[in-house]
Design a protein around this ligand. Structure first.
Ligand code: EPU
Length: 432
């Protein structure tokens, strides 16, 4: 197994490059199943979740060619012959559940494993199932699998309301609706940039969509879609993570350049909260310069759906607040129990306590390096950020969680001045 060893205290200098978005690349890949012929997707990050999803798609007989050095994936579903997503793969990555909508659209039937819980608690899929039923699918549960069949072999379209608004369910239902016989309407649809970019790819393939980026998404089903070459968008959560890294580890007066991101995708709440901390943001096209403040002001946040503060940035924000000159809070309204990083951060001396769906953070306490355990993707990166500002050495164990969603993060941070290395270790070895 690998761990990251970080010797804290080095300033972050120079520049950091943002990779393609993981959470957008996955639905773009699923969309390729809706046509015959090569679909080429560029700006795909070289990540474990991408290779896992490639394997999920390959199970259907579809050819998937991942070209990491070009950050490109070519998917050709001409040889599609199996409408199934097995447990062994779905359990590794919840987003595999996108296969439900893609397979129903493609084959009029699907057998897809239920994903189960995730590291920080239950994450239901009831809205995905409700959506498929509304479009005319019969759904049964069989030994942990969702078995779905379109009545008459093809979905008819229908109307569904998402409550709460869900990124995954909106995408899944839109995938299913694209090749349905009639019109579908998704009320209270998600408007996250991931959803909008996915809709743009569907449109480029010939799908008929209306209301993209609004709360009412209409999809007029078509008989067929065309292969396309499409560019994935930059990873907004990586951009936000790097901005926080620059604010906590940058040198006041010396901006850190973050290249290739799209700040609009972060939403207004994150950008406003970030500037309220005293950090200076200067945007010129796709170059963002972030200058660390002399003193970080405590800014409480509440996570919410887009354009609210992203839940995928709250663990990192907690580290920023631990540096602030005062106390503040992070309130999690999307996943009220997403706080697995807090006990690990407490072991490093971060004074943060969980009170219901909030974390209260005392700023200005010193942080010490030690061994800490990654539990999920965003929790892991918060441990890396903590290690960058800790006294001494931090060993972030089980770094495979981080590898799911941050492309070569240690190489990027090392090139920008951080003392960070990847080391193999034996998790079961006796302590020396
Ligand atoms: N929800 C339901 N029923 C459903 C689906 C969702 O009640 O059937 C609830 C969830 O429990 C949650 C809310 O709806 O309270 C929003 O969840 P959503 O469905 O939007 O989340 P998701 O699609 O499963 C994606 C990202 C997550 C990110 C969330 C929220 C991907 C692959 N995952 O998940 O990203 O946290 O949206 O923005 O796109 C990550 O990247 O670390 C990550 C977890």
């Amino acid at each position: 197994m690998d761990k990251l060893v970080i010797r804290g205290g080095n300033p972050l200098t120079g520049s950091l490059q943002v990779s393609g978005s993981k959470n957008t690349a996955l639905p773009l890949m699923a969309t390729a199943l809706l046509t015959d012929g090569p679909v080429s997707i560029s700006n795909v990050p070289d990540l474990r979740d991408i290779s896992t999803f490639s394997r999920v798609i390959q199970v259907t007989g579809t050819s998937v060619d991942v070209i990491p050095e070009e950050h490109r994936v070519v998917i050709d579903a001409s040889s599609f012959d199996r409408a199934e997503a097995p447990y062994e793969l779905v359990k590794r990555m919840r987003a595999s559940f996108y296969m439900l909508g893609a397979l129903l659209a493609r084959a009029g039937k699907a057998r897809v494993s239920l994903p189960g819980g995730c590291a920080w608690g239950p994450r239901p899929v009831d809205l995905h199932l409700k959506g498929m039923k509304a479009l005319g699918a019969d759904i049964e549960l069989d030994q942990g699998y969702v078995v779905a069949k379109a009545k008459g072999g093809r979905l008819q379209g229908g109307r569904v309301r998402m409550e709460p608004s869900s990124v995954g369910a909106t995408i899944n239902v839109a995938l299913a609706a694209a090749l349905a016989r009639g019109e579908s309407v998704i009320e209270n649809a998600a408007i996250e940039p991931d959803v909008v970019h996915f809709c743009d790819m569907l449109s480029a393939m010939g799908a008929v969509l209306d209301g993209v980026g609004t709360r009412t998404l209409r999809i007029q089903g078509v008989d067929r879609l065309q292969p396309v070459s499409f560019a994935n968008c930059p990873d907004r959560i990586e951009l936000g993570t790097f901005m926080i890294a620059a604010a906590i580890s940058g040198v006041p007066g010396q901006p850190v350049s973050i290249l290739g991101g799209n700040p609009d995708h972060l939403g207004s709440s994150f950008l406003e909260s970030f500037e309220r901390t005293g950090a200076i943001v200067d945007i010129d096209s796709d170059v963002m310069k972030v200058t660390a403040p002399e003193e970080i002001r405590p800014v409480s946040v509440k996570t919410d759906i887009y354009p609210g503060f992203p839940t995928d940035l709250q663990a990192q924000w907690t580290i920023l607040l631990s540096r602030a000159s005062g106390n503040s809070k992070v309130l999690e309204s999307v996943y009220p129990d997403r706080f697995k990083h807090i006990p690990e951060l407490q072991r490093m001396g971060v004074n943060a306590i969980i009170v219901g769906d909030e974390v209260v953070i005392e700023g200005g306490k010193s942080i010490q390096g030690t061994n800490v355990m990654s539990t999920d993707l965003r929790a892991s990166v918060s441990l890396v950020l903590a290690g960058m500002i800790a006294d001494g050495e931090t060993h972030v164990l089980r770094v495979y969680h981080l590898d799911r969603g941050y492309e070569k993060i240690e190489e990027k941070l090392f090139a920008a001045g951080i003392d960070i290395t990847r080391v193999s270790y034996d998790e079961w070895a006796d302590p020396a």
